[in-house]
Design a protein around this ligand. Structure first.
Ligand code: C2O
Ligand code: CU
Ligand code: CU
Length: 471
């Protein structure tokens, strides 16, 4: 979805397409989205460690060119981790350190960031800490944090949008053996869903345009396949949803009218399940949900989609169909409560960030500045709790992300956040003209980290700042 305001603006533009020949022509040159539910959902492969020593596991992936069958017909050239699109899932256990070797067999320099990871600055994938073509880098991830669905992705200076669009991202899941007692759906019933939208040429290749505004596609992919289907048993499933789109925000909903029951956000489990009619998910945000298919007859198809107009159930664009095709016992449970989350209420340092568009330069700015790798914008002190206010002066949504820390949303236009936003976050949507306050405690490491808008078009052009965490 876009915001309602943006939606109305877009509908007006859509109407204009009928009379203006040029955009219509551009559309004709793109491959049309295939009919939904023609192909099964694929689950990204889980990467096995190459070796383990004591409390440490070693992984290795190679970034290389590959061809993947995404649309019916012609294969699509992608930039991949190990030939996969999205990349293979890295699964780790809390408390076991992971050393991930990233080998670059592409012709361009790249850097890999672990989004949501509490990692040393040297392993954070700074936009200029590049792996040359032919080179490699070992990233060290302590995994000393709550179980959560994280993701790794390219973070190259001014090329993050292109590199992610071409395929350089994948999931990184931290599991905590202590969570097993919650008895949530696990194993085959714990399914990752990576949402991406893309535009394709008729020859099957990805059509990327480096835009400062939005990079949007007309084909909706889940785990790299266009609007697929998944056969499910009539029991509970856990879905880990990541919005890995470049610019698109989604307003997720079921066509059955049942609420989506959210159990986790970016940084891990909520204090309690949070049902909601629709679930907004902006770029880089994660939401985990539990769907109980025992409510449905075998033979039912339930569709998860994106509401183009948040208020209108009929505006659902299909993303994924669940086909309830069998009966099965369900030994899993959905507890009424998980673990309490201590709310952060105040901070000792307050900072304000004005988010705006510069119409002269076509750049996006934070406090009137574009990204400068030589400038440090803020210097938080280790151990301090800070309150950051994001004030959006523009007419588009900015999903604001802070590296290293996890934060809590204090309020949105002075109102308390929705239950689904009451847990740990690392990315928060700041809607047009909205003021959103978040609180975070700086823990773990000192050094240089980024904060930025995660609409990758905005990030590249140049809505990003640097913080230096000091002792
Ligand atoms: Cu997904 Cu700078 O991050
Ligand atoms: Cu990040
Ligand atoms: Cu933005």
């Amino acid at each position: 979805m876009q915001s309602r305001r943006e939606f109305l603006k877009m509908s007006a533009a859509g109407g204009a397409l009928l009379v203006l020949p040029r955009p219509a022509l551009a559309l004709a040159r793109s491959a049309a989205a295939p009919e939904p539910f023609q192909v099964p959902l694929r689950i990204p492969r889980v990467l096995a460690p190459v070796r383990s020593e004591g409390d440490r596991d070693y992984f290795e992936t190679t970034m290389r060119y590959a061809r993947r069958r995404i649309l019916p017909g012609k294969p699509t050239p992608v930039w991949s981790f190990d030939g996969s699109f999205p990349g293979p899932t890295i699964k780790v256990r809390r408390g076991r350190e992971a050393v991930v070797r990233r080998i670059n067999r592409l012709d361009v320099p790249v850097t890999v960031h672990l989004h949501g990871g509490k990692v040393p600055a040297s392993s954070d994938g700074h936009p200029l800490d590049l792996i040359r073509p032919g080179g490699h880098k070992d990233y060290v991830y302590p995994n000393d944090q709550d179980a959560a669905t994280l993701w790794y992705h390219d973070h190259t200076h001014h090329s993050t949008s292109r590199n992610n669009y071409m395929g350089l991202s994948g999931l990184y899941v931290i599991e905590d053996p202590a969570d097993e007692e919650l008895n949530l759906p696990a194993g085959d019933y714990d399914v990752p869903l990576v949402l991406q939208d893309r535009r394709f040429r008729r020859n099957g290749s990805l059509k990327f345009k480096d835009d400062h505004d939005d990079v949007l596609g007309s084909v909706f992919l889940v785990n790299g396949r266009p609007a697929p289907y998944l056969r499910v048993a009539n029991r509970k499933y856990r879905f880990r949803i990541l919005n890995a789109s470049n610019s698109r925000g989604y307003e997720l909903a079921l066509d059955s009218g049942e609420p989506l029951v959210q159990i986790a956000s970016d940084g891990g489990l909520l204090a309690a399940p949070a049902p909601a009619a629709t679930l907004p998910l902006w770029t880089a945000e994660r939401a985990e949900i539990v769907i109980d298919f025992s409510k449905y007859q075998v033979g039912t198809r339930v569709v998860l989609g994106d509401r183009q107009d948040p208020m209108d159930p009929a505006s659902l664009v299909p993303l994924l169909a669940f086909d309830v095709d069998r009966e099965e016992d369900d030994p899993s449970s959905l507890p009424m409560m998980f673990r309490p989350i201590q709310r952060l209420l105040t901070g000792t340092v307050e900072r304000r960030f004005e988010l705006s568009h510069n119409f002269d330069t076509q750049q996006w700015e934070i406090n009137g500045k574009t990204f400068d790798p030589k400038r440090i914008d803020v210097k938080p002190r280790l151990g301090d709790t800070e309150v950051w206010t994001f004030n959006n002066l523009s007419s588009t949504t900015h999903p604001m992300h802070v590296h290293l820390v996890r934060f809590q949303v204090l309020d949105r236009d002075m109102l308390p956040p929705s239950p689904g936003e009451m847990g740990w976050k690392d990315t928060v949507r700041v809607g047009p003209s909205e003021v959103v306050r978040v609180a975070m405690t700086f823990e773990g490491f000192t050094g240089r980290y980024m904060f930025h808008c995660h609409n990758l078009a905005h990030e590249d052009h140049s809505m990003m700042g640097q913080m230096k965490v000091v002792a």
